[in-house]
Design a protein around this ligand. Structure first.
Ligand code: UT7
Length: 313
């Protein structure tokens, strides 16, 4: 765990700036030799324990920081969990990854391809950052969270959907690691190998898109804003969460918030907020929950569910 004072000792920033501008107080950072797969395996193990069964026929890993650029990391997660030769693949929609992967897993089940899916959101996002960049280092943290999805009745608690998913590739440069992919494998400019973010522009898009997408999914499901008990938004910045709730007309206390102790954990953000929301009693069985996320790509999306009576392991 790295707190703001530790960062302020080596970067031109302060606990006061980070807290007031982002709501973040501390974040987990992977140690040397630890990776996305290591965190995903631990989260997956706990989700299987909570579900009471390791009977799984697909593993979907939402991540933008796979252990290697090729292959995907989900097969390593499946094999380290001892799940056998199950379907396993990654979904990369960066900070929207968990919502996109929920839609993917729900689609596998609805299409009869899978019966029970282990869905993990995991990112070692700090491995993408320039350690000297005060614009990104205080914002991001590492983590993993997981859920098990199964086929069920649309009226039972836990039933997911509909989904509202979008992207805008014209704005991909707003959050980007320029080098390392097929377009520019290596670069003479070290900055190209690090994640860069145009924070204020991203802030505006994040708020507008999450509010717009939330409204769209509420319309699809036939809920009014007044029907929503809890809003689980991507934990990017407490001010974005408050602004999104305000745009929707939801009270701030409907938000599930854990950003103070996590930072922005990208694809892990929503499942970690879910676990913390259950553990601190914010999320109660039967709650009508709106889930919304926004991230690099750009990507954004939303879904709804009736909160199931789950106990995190
Ligand atoms: O998860 C994917 C989506 N990501 C996001 O949603 C992130 C969206 N963006 C944000 O959350 C915010 O834009 C940030 C938290 C990244 C930045 O907050 P901001 O209020 O937009 O700050 P800013 O970039 O406009 O900078 C304001 C001032 C500048 O100083 P001047 O020019 O006013 O003198 C910055 O140089 O704050 C300065 N600043 C800092 N000061 C202390 C920027 N970063 C820091 C820092 N510590 N870490």
């Amino acid at each position: 765990m790295v707190d703001n004072d530790e960062l302020s000792a080596r970067l031109d920033t302060s606990d006061e700036w980070i807290r007031t501008r982002t709501g973040i107080g501390r974040r987990h950072v992977v140690g040397p030799g630890m990776s996305t797969v290591d965190m995903a395996v631990e989260a997956g193990r706990r989700a299987l324990q909570s579900a009471g069964s390791a009977d799984i026929d697909a593993v979907v890993l939402a991540t933008a920081t796979p252990d290697q650029i090729c292959p995907a990391s989900a097969p390593q997660v499946a094999s380290r969990l001892g799940l056998g030769p199950v379907a396993a693949f990654d979904v990369n929609a960066v900070c929207s990854g968990f919502v996109y992967a929920l839609a993917t897993a729900a689609g596998l089940i609805a299409g009869g391809v899978s019966r029970r899916v282990l869905l993990v959101g995991a990112d070692a996002f700090t491995t993408l950052l320039n350690p000297d960049d005060r614009a990104t280092v205080p914002i991001f943290g590492d983590g993993a969270g997981a859920v098990v999805l199964r086929a069920g009745d649309p009226d039972e608690p836990g039933a997911l959907g509909p989904f509202d998913l979008h992207s805008d590739g014209e704005l991909s440069d707003l959050l980007v690691v320029p080098a390392g992919g097929s377009r520019m494998k290596t670069s003479q400019n070290p900055a190209d190998s690090y994640f860069s973010m145009q924070g204020p522009a991203v802030f505006r898009h994040a708020t507008a898109r999450m509010a717009e997408s939330s409204r769209a999914v509420l319309k699809q499901v036939g809920w009014t804003v007044g029907d929503v008990d809890r809003l689980i938004g991507h934990q990017a910045n407490i001010r974005i969460l408050h602004a999104t709730a305000k745009q929707l007309g939801l009270p701030a206390d409907s938000l599930v918030v854990n950003i103070e102790r996590t930072g922005n954990t990208s694809a892990a953000s929503i499942p970690l907020a879910m676990v913390d929301g259950v553990n601190d009693g914010t999320l109660q069985s039967g709650d009508r929950v709106l889930v919304t996320a926004f991230g690099a790509g750009l990507t954004w999306g939303s879904t709804v569910l009736r909160w199931p009576g789950v106990t995190p392991a």
